[in-house]
Structures are given as C-alpha cells and as structure tokens.
Design a protein. Structure first.
Length: 677
C-alpha cells in the first residue's frame, strides 16, 4: 500500500481507487447482464469523509441495481432521487451523521462516478452495480456476429468537459480487475474471439435459466444448457484499452425475424410494456441498392490521432479499393479546420482511385489540431450532390466532449432528406468514445463499428461490413407501426401509437442496421386486454414493404422490459428527440420552459423506474429505509447477507505499485493471488 494513504489528490478532489474490480457478465443472444463489483479499502487509521472514483460504462446501458456493503455487517441500500436533491442529501448526511453513505452519478452517457462518504477506518466497502446492455450486431450477410464491449478507461477528450464531469478517474487499481463472461446457448456458437485481448474459452453444460430473452427475464426454467466461459488467456491485462468480445453464431431463424414481447407489471394494475426487436438489415432486406449515389469519407486528422494514423490509412485504402464502379466519391479531413481532396465528388475510375490513394498516403497525418467535427459535417452536407443518394463515413477516435449539436445536426439532416443522406462511423483506437461513434450511426440511420489496431490484423471484416452497409443496402424511408389490441373474448378495438408512451418517439428514425428495439409503455390497458400483433410498414427505394408480427406474452410478471423502455425514453429526452422536442406544441427550443419541462418528465420517469440518468442519481445511506410495495418491486435493491467466515477484511496478495492490471481468477498481472470478494 502507498505510504500516503488510500486516497489520491487530483485537482482539489479526493480520489479513492478501488482495491480491486470484478466484472461478471452473462450473455443471452444480443443482451448482456453485467455486474461490476468495486472493492474500496480505507486502510488508514482515520475515517474518510468523502472520496470519489470515476469509471466508464457502455453508453446507453440500463443500470438496474446499486448497493454497498460496509465492513462485514452493514448493508446500505438506496433509492433514486433528482440529481441535485441526491447530491444535497448525500452532503448533508456526511456532515451530520457518522454512518456511511454512497452516491452514483452519471457524468455523461458513458462516464459514471461512485462517491463514498464516512468510510470507517480500517474498513472495506464493496460496491455492486448491475446493468443491462445491448450487444453491437455486425452488419454482414455471411456471419451473425455480436460484440460485447466493456470499457475500462476514460480516454482524454478534446474540448471542455461537461460541468457534471467529476474528474476523479485513476488507473491505480492495486489488485487489478477480474473478468469472467458466460455465454449461454453455446451450442449455436461457431467462434468466440477477441480483437483486443488473448482469451481462453471453456465450454460446459449445466443448469442455466436463459436461452432467449424470455429466459433472461426469468420466464422459463431450463436445465442442461450448454454455456461457454470466457477468460483472459494470460490471466492479466492493463486498463489501457477496452475489452472487446466477438461472438459468431449459426443462423437462428427466429432471431432473423422481428420479435415482439409483452410484459405485465407485477404490482401496478393495467401497466404493460412491449418490446419490438427488428433484426439488422431486415427493413431493407429485399430492396436493391440505388445504382447512382455518392460516398463521402470524413477522416479525423486531429492531434489525438497521432498513434492511429497507420490504422486510419489502412482503413481508408481498404474502403477506396472497394467502391463499385459508377459511384461518385470524395475524401474530406478535419481537425480544428477541414479540407477535402476534391471540391465535389468525382466518378470512381482507375485514375481517380490512384489519385485518391496517393493523396491519402501523402497527406494523412495527425497535423490538424483539435477535433471540430460539426463544421466539417456541415460543409460536407452543403457540398453534396443533391441529385444523388449520399452516404457519409466518418473515421475518428471519437475523443471529444461535446456531442449534442453534432448529433442533432446529423439527425435533422437525415430527417429533412427523408433518409437520402445517411451517416456511418468507424471508430479507430483502443478507447473509442462509443457515445460519439454509435451516436453518429444511430442519429444518421447508418452503421458503426470499431477497429482497434490495424497492425493486429483481423479488422478487415469490420471495414468490409461497413462498406457493404453503405454501398450495398437500400436507403430506407420512414417506418410506420400499428398494433392490434383485443379483449379476452377476442374483440378488437381500434389502436394507434397514441395509446402508449413509446421510444424512440420518432418511430421513423429507427436504424435499419442495428438490432433495433422499439418500446411501448401502456398504463391504461385493462387486465383482460392484450396486444396480439404489430404491423410494420416501410418504404425502401420507393417500394412499400409490410409485415404483421405476432406478440408473445411473458408468463412471469416482471419489470425488465419496463426499465429498458424507461431507459430508452430517457435517452430520447437527453438527445433532444423525445415527444416534447418533436411535438406540435413544443416550447421554444432551448428556452427555460423547454429545459424545465424535459427535466420534470425525466425525473418522473427515472424516479418511477429507479434509473440513474443525467437528471437523477442513486443515493445510499446507512439508515432505516422501508420501501413501499411498488418501490420494492422496481428499485432493484438486493440485500447482501453476511456470510460466516467472510474474509472481506483480510487482504491477500499485492500488486506492483503503480501497475494496473485485470486479475483473472486469483491471479494478477505479476502472478500473485488477488483478493476474493
């Protein structure tokens, strides 16, 4: 341990690095339930009044549980409060009480902070956080590949950080980070690989509760299910890059078609949640691509790309050589300013290809300063050939703070052109900001992926998938949905989307390249009423496609779908794409009235469903807390019982000072035994 004590000083803040971090994930189809356990230790002889630790989580994940265990006997349980109220309550508690308290805050959509107060001397605190995240699906015809990304570090970002960013990050995790991933229904898996780390996979058979979404939600009890356990082959890794796991499976006929699940709330009368899943490529599956179109590349040449230029050049060369004849293309670059290879797009010929390859080889360098993406995006949209369909591919490390204006402009461009302009994003680097890269694709109706290092190989499939998405798929127009509601006698009543709260609020903005989810929350359906079918209609390259999807009811009453739907609605509010922002009676954009209306609705949703968000935080305190029946059902609080003989206070093993590693099992980076929690 360091002589200076357990806390570190950084820019006027106390930082308490975890002694160890454990990540346990369970994957079912394209959904992962991940539990992160952080073990903090006040090894000094005096209490710690307040200290914080900032860490990354997947952008858009749904945090379903947060609880703390202090020492061996004390459990502190929590509830969601509006952000300012939670912070004020936390600070009041640590000023006026001697007992421990905790706070979980969202700084940005992918950065969170745990703050602990009144940690007794010579005491360990175990903080457990559980979240659900949707895996990224690779757009490819020959493979069914999903990707789990577990972010481990916060890369430096260009520009000013948001005011709410706590800036309490550190890589000093003395006993490392333990990782184990369990993949269910392994009999369908053809390969499990990691482009970021060497892994070892063990297949086993035993009793598991999950083979489908219904199983993940606890609907079915199944036994003798084949699973795969994934660990690091070397038993260690440093927190210098994200952990990425690719899972390729055989084709599943059910998974390749839209699915709809209906969940009934366990305690709230008449409350139901519906989740519609649309497979990637389904919306444009039978529509041929347009023959006349242009593809525009926008490459990041800011200073943060200095160690990624080789990968950037390789990806660009791969893209350029794969453009079909008859298309038009151009190359743009951005940093503090922007520039282009040609003033306008040109026809793709051998002569123009050779010229473009030479220009990339000679001019691509990290020599353009900052990461001012928005002006370059606006310039590209302004210079496009409006007589053609346009695909824009952004290549960047995503290391920038301010995203809102950029994503808003991309979303509006897609909407005003009715899908004639699409945006794709290829993230390059070890710690890409998925909030930006995935955000570009989600807002722009395109596809996103990440290449870590071209020198490692194995990245070509990702570029091919993106090129295929941009060059070989039809531009999809607005999406329309309606559902059929019937009573217990089978009598139908008229229904529209107005019968429920929904997300995304703008149904036409569903991304055709993701395994998209559309959520509906009903709070006035009678007990005897159910939703039997969902009808989808979409136009792709001027052809109308329609399909009727049967709805499967989940037998067990639960809140999983309700929380996923609520989290999606909070994302809409945060991105400025909610029913408030899109409604006919929208307040003046950016006005106090609009900001206040959005905040109130977000607080209501997040507090009702116990979700951390931009507007709400988890507050935990060691004091009497008796939730109501409804709160107990939705808070997701798990009370950890003390185990006889628990050695939580007995550290075992050390790790070299200053080194940060992932621990696997009981081994750390230097081979010593790690703390078991």
């Amino acid at each position: 341990m360091a002589d200076s004590g357990p806390t570190l000083q950084q820019q006027g803040r106390n930082i308490l690095p975890p002694l160890s971090v454990t990540v346990d994930a369970s994957i079912v189809q394209d959904t992962a339930r991940v539990t992160v356990t952080q073990l903090f230790w006040n090894d000094s002889s005096i209490p710690i009044k307040e200290a914080a630790f900032t860490f990354p989580l997947p952008a858009g994940c749904t945090v379903t549980d947060f609880n703390c265990r202090v020492g061996t006997n004390t459990i502190i349980r929590g509830t969601i409060k509006p952000r300012e109220e939670a912070r004020e309550t936390f600070e009041h508690h640590i000023r006026h009480h001697d007992t421990a308290a905790g706070l979980l805050e969202q700084d940005t959509p992918e950065i969170f902070t745990t703050t602990l107060g009144n940690i007794p001397e010579k005491t360990k605190v175990k903080v457990t956080l559980t979240y659900i995240t949707i895996l990224k699906h690779r757009f490819a015809d020959t493979k069914n590949v999903t990707t789990l990304t577990i972010p481990t570090s916060i890369a430096p970002r260009y520009g000013d950080a948001p005011e709410e960013y706590n800036n309490a990050a550190t890589k000093d995790v003395r006993q490392g980070l333990t990782l184990e991933v369990e993949v269910v229904e392994a009999e369908r898996i053809t390969s499990i690989t990691s482009p970021s780390h060497e892994i070892a996979t063990e297949r086993r058979r035993g009793a598991r509760n999950a083979e489908s979404f219904a199983d993940l939600a606890g609907q079915n009890g199944r036994g003798n299910v084949e699973t795969a356990s994934v660990k690091l082959q070397s038993g260690s890794m440093f927190l210098d890059k994200d952990f990425v796991l690719d899972i390729a499976t055989t084709s599943d006929g059910d998974a390749e078609n839209p699915q709809a699940w209906l969940e009934q709330h366990p305690t709230m009368p008449n409350h139901k949640a519906l989740m519609l899943t649309l497979p990637p490529g389904f919306l444009t599956r039978n529509a041929p691509p347009a023959q006349r179109s242009e593809i525009l590349f926008l490459a990041d040449r800011s200073g943060s790309m200095s160690d990624k230029i080789a990968s950037l050049k390789s990806a660009m060369q791969f893209f350029l050589k794969g453009i079909p004849e008859g298309r038009r293309f151009n190359i743009w670059c951005f940093g503090t300013e922007y520039t282009s290879w040609q003033p306008r797009s040109v026809d793709y010929t051998k002569i123009t290809l050779d010229s473009a390859l030479t220009w990339v080889d000679r001019h691509f360098a990290a020599d353009m300063g900052g990461t001012e993406l928005l002006p370059a995006i606006k310039a590209i949209v302004g210079a496009r050939d409006k007589s053609l369909l346009t695909d824009v591919i952004v290549l960047t490390d995503g290391e920038t703070w301010r995203l809102d204006q950029t994503l808003d402009f991309i979303q509006k461009t897609r909407g005003t052109t009715e899908g004639r302009v699409r945006f794709f994003a290829l993230g390059i680097g070890k710690a890409v900001s998925h909030a930006l890269v995935d955000g570009i694709a989600k807002a722009g109706g395109g596809y996103a992926d990440v290449v870590h290092e071209a020198s490692q190989g194995g990245w070509e499939d990702r570029v091919v998938s993106m090129a295929k998405a941009a060059l070989m798929s039809a531009h999809a127009g607005p999406l329309h949905l309606e559902f059929d509601i019937r009573d217990k006698n089978g009598t139908a009543r008229g229904s529209t989307l107005a019968d429920a709260k929904r997300s995304p609020a703008d149904i036409s903005a569903v991304n055709p390249f993701d395994r998209s989810r559309v959520y509906f929350l009903f709070d006035s359906l009678h007990e005897s009423e159910t939703i039997t079918t969902v009808k989808i209609q979409i136009t792709a390259n001027h052809d109308l496609h329609s399909l009727v999807i049967p709805v499967s009811g989940l037998e067990k009453r639960d809140t999983t779908l309700h929380k996923l739907a609520a989290r999606s609605m909070l994302d809409d509010l945060e991105r400025g794409r909610s029913h408030i922002h899109l409604g006919l009676n929208r307040p003046v954009p950016g006005s106090w009235e609009e900001v206040n209306t959005v905040r109130k609705e977000a607080e209501e949703i997040a507090c009702k469903w116990s979700l951390v968000s931009k507007w709400t935080s988890f507050f935990l305190a060691e004091e009497p807390y008796s939730p109501t029946g409804d709160e107990a059902a939705i808070d997701g609080v798990i009370e950890v019982k003390d185990t006889p003989g628990d050695d939580l206070l007995q550290p075992r093993g050390t790790i070299q000072e200053g080194r940060v590693a992932w621990a696997l099992g009981n081994k750390t980076a230097n081979g010593l035994e790690a703390q078991e929690v």
